[in-house]
Design a protein around this ligand. Structure first.
Ligand code: TYD
Ligand code: MG
Length: 495
């Protein structure tokens, strides 16, 4: 017998409880439980259940003929790269991002391209009125694209409309949080509603073969708000990121059942919409601070593509009991690890200094290969020793202070040579991976301490003979660095 199923559902992770509590046990968030009627979402009425007879379905073998997922390329190379070659028919893709980052702009551009190529492309806006969407299209110079437009929020009505006439090839739902379905009682925007609406749209996509894109909002801490559950249901999740103050936007694939998950697409927000950036390295290095201490160029790999980016460090004497560690664009625990290795194995005492670390251009780096470049930037700032402007750095640092090889050495070197760099500082063991002439001179380092000694030797001490970083085993005389009273040459203002 069907029970009334009023329950308390966590709006962050979707866990359900039968009474209210302040904290969700599943995800640890406070104050996220809301009362919802989950009758329709979780159970069918008993009358239907008892009538429904079990159906026998055929089981398939793994070795069956599987056709390649048919794709729908948009012709926007940066977008197609991230999806893995275009939208897959019958699949559902979730695009998440902060409000105002450009999700609607990106998807208006994508739908317009497909519509102009003769595909039926539908844009359903649940947030903006038709006039607003038109205004944006006009601004983008896309007003004449034959996109089919609607401002609707009822999932049933939307699916009924889309099922008429030819099957649309692309449907954009902007955004999933504004959609609601009759089958559940809860208010729009609640987890139950969002989940039920997404389920209905996913069923529509699979049945009809249309590619459906759901737009999802992101909360302050980067989760796609409420419907984290939706992430598990869809075929791919793309996240659209960028720093508010910068015009660069990075589209990253977080999950992809039909393609790569580590690719990025780079865009620039201009007055005429999003422009593709085909050579991100040039962009991330375009405003380089040549010859100032504390910057190092990292030769990284994003997906299949090498990307050169400037890492910036500022090491300054602290006035606080606990020194500050501020990181933008990199993992702060990774920074702590590099600082600990510098301190333990290279005699570089940073406990009396605030450390600020930044990745230029708003890129977020996840590769461990950035360790060596980060260490070089940190030591360069501490020792007031500018690094050679024509050098790139990459390599992973182990806890023992050794520099370990990383994948795709040749691709990194090739990109650096292409952009006019003259030398690369890389792990010793990577030399074997270099095929033929790399086009630049290679400085291999086996351990972090030799790199530190090299950089410290380039330093330009303003007073006193001491280097900011001492190589080696003998750390006994380094105590002065640990004190708040830093040598005068560290008291400088940088940027
Ligand atoms: P929008 O696509 O509405 O963001 P989202 O859907 O992710 O909330 O983009 C909003 C921002 O983009 C807004 O601040 C204005 C800016 N913008 C441009 O700079 N140029 C343009 O051509 C357009 C359409 C928007
Ligand atoms: Mg929008």
């Amino acid at each position: 017998m069907a029970k009334s199923s009023l329950s308390f559902v966590c709006q962050n992770c979707g866990a359900a409880y039968n009474r209210w509590q302040g904290k969700c046990d599943a995800c640890g968030e406070w104050n996220t439980l809301a009362e919802e009627d989950t009758t329709g979402a979780t159970s069918m009425p008993a009358s239907i259940r008892s009538k429904r007879k079990s159906r026998v379905f055929a089981l398939e073998s793994l070795t069956g003929k599987s056709v390649d997922a048919p794709r729908l390329p948009t012709g926007m190379a940066e977008l197609d790269r991230v999806t893995g070659g275009g939208f897959v028919r019958g699949s559902v893709l979730l695009v998440g991002g902060d409000p105002g980052i450009g999700k609607s702009t990106l998807l208006t551009q994508a739908t317009s391209v497909l519509a102009r190529n003769g595909h039926r492309a539908v844009y359903i806006s649940g947030e903006e009125a038709i006039a607003q969407v038109r205004l944006r299209a006009e601004r983008l110079g896309l007003a004449n694209a034959p996109v089919q437009l609607a401002a609707e929020t009822s999932v049933e009505d939307i699916i009924a409309t889309l099922s008429e006439g030819t099957v649309p090839r692309l449907v954009v739902i902007d955004s999933i949080q504004t959609m609601w379905t009759d089958t559940v009682e809860s208010a729009p925007g609640t987890v139950t509603q969002v989940r039920a609406s997404a389920q209905a749209l996913i069923r529509f996509a699979k049945r009809s073969g249309a590619a459906v894109i759901l737009v999802g909002h992101v909360t302050k801490d980067g989760q796609i708000a409420g419907p984290r559950v939706v992430e598990h249901m869809v075929d791919a999740v793309l996240s659209f990121e960028g720093e508010g103050s910068q015009q660069f936007r990075i589209l990253r694939s977080v999950k992809n059942r039909f393609g790569p998950t580590d690719e990025i697409g780079v865009f620039e927000m201009t007055g005429l919409g999003l422009r593709e950036v085909t050579n991100p390295s040039e962009l991330f290095l375009s405003e380089r601070d040549l010859g100032s201490p504390g910057t190092a160029v990292f030769a990284g790999i994003e997906g299949t593509r090498p990307v050169l980016v400037e890492l910036q460090a500022l090491v300054a004497p602290t006035s606080l009991g606990t020194p500050r560690r501020a990181v933008v664009g990199w993992d702060s625990s990774r920074l702590s690890m590099v600082l600990a290795v510098l301190e333990a194995h290279c005699g570089v005492k940073l406990s009396g200094y605030d450390v600020y670390f930044n990745v230029a251009g708003g890129l977020r780096i996840q590769e461990p290969a950035a360790d060596l470049a980060a260490a070089a930037a940190l030591v360069s700032s501490l020792a007031n020793a500018p690094l050679p402007t024509d050098a790139v750095y990459f390599g992973e640092i182990s806890l023992s202070g050794a520099v370990r090889p990383v994948a795709q050495t040749s691709a990194r070197l090739k990109e650096a040579a292409k952009l006019g760099f003259g030398r690369a500082v890389l792990p010793e063991s990577a030399r074997g991976d270099v095929a033929g002439d790399a086009g630049l001179s290679l400085n291999t380092v086996g351990g972090l301490s030799s790199l530190v000694a090299d950089i410290a030797a380039r330093g330009t001490p303003r007073k006193g003979p001491r280097q900011g970083a001492d190589e080696g085993e003998d750390g006994s005389e380094d105590t002065a660095h640990g004190k708040n009273a830093a040598p005068p040459r560290f008291r400088r203002q940088q940027r």
